[in-house]
Design a binder for this molecule. Sequence first.
Ligand SMILES: Nc1nonc1C(=O)N[C@@H]1CC[C@H](O)C1
Length: 244
Amino acid sequence: MYIQAVTLFGEMFRSITEHGVTGRALQRGLWQFDAVNPRQFADNKLGYIDDRPFGGGPGMIMMAEPLQAAIHAAKSQQNGRVIYLSPQGAPLTHRKAAELAKLDGLILVCGRYEGIDERLLTSSIDEEISIGDFVVSGGELPAMMLMDAVLRLIPGVLGDADSAGQDSFANGLLDCPHYTRPIEFQGMAVPAVLRSGNHALIAEWRLEQALRRTLLRRPDLLAERELTPEESRLLRKIRQEERD
Ligand SMILES: Nc1nonc1C(=O)N[C@@H]1CC[C@H](O)C1
């Protein structure tokens, strides 16, 4: 996958191009990254890329022309989907990340200041995506969160091919609890079933814990989900226990 970020702060992306599973995957050629700085496309000597909002109000707005020129430069390198990170976008979910992971490329447009000229959205943006109902100072961190969520779904990026499949939301449920050594920590022991060696029992326990955690913390996820007969049975058991 080829990912380009249209950003004033390309250096920020080193946190995922030079670290962790995403950094190793880049080194192994599983994805490529370039930053495109709209400031190089500013048509004034001082490189202005923002200006005051028409109609007044606080802060500055990023001008459409330098951003459009930067997007065009990115599109000269690939035909990726152009995504603008913004609080007004559709929520980033596992399902959206899985959809994006199938594409050959992404062009991620990162705003700064109060946002970007609306006409750029109309002329050059394919899709707006939000990482949550809050505001951060720039689109770079949202872009990196989207990149990380997408890249981990690309075959080969994660060491253990099953790992992404067990993540929260991958099967529509929250993840089950996890434990490692020591067996006892501050008087709390690892659940005996996890040390039983009985893989069928362990799988059932993990599914039950995931269902219980989802029911208690995110019942909305269950409302959207078609349950298997085993999941329905376990959920009935959980609900009965919660009532007792
Ligand atoms: N929530 C979000 N999901 O994606 N992006 C954001 C976000 O807060 N963006 C900031 C708004 C103004 C500034 O330009 C950048």
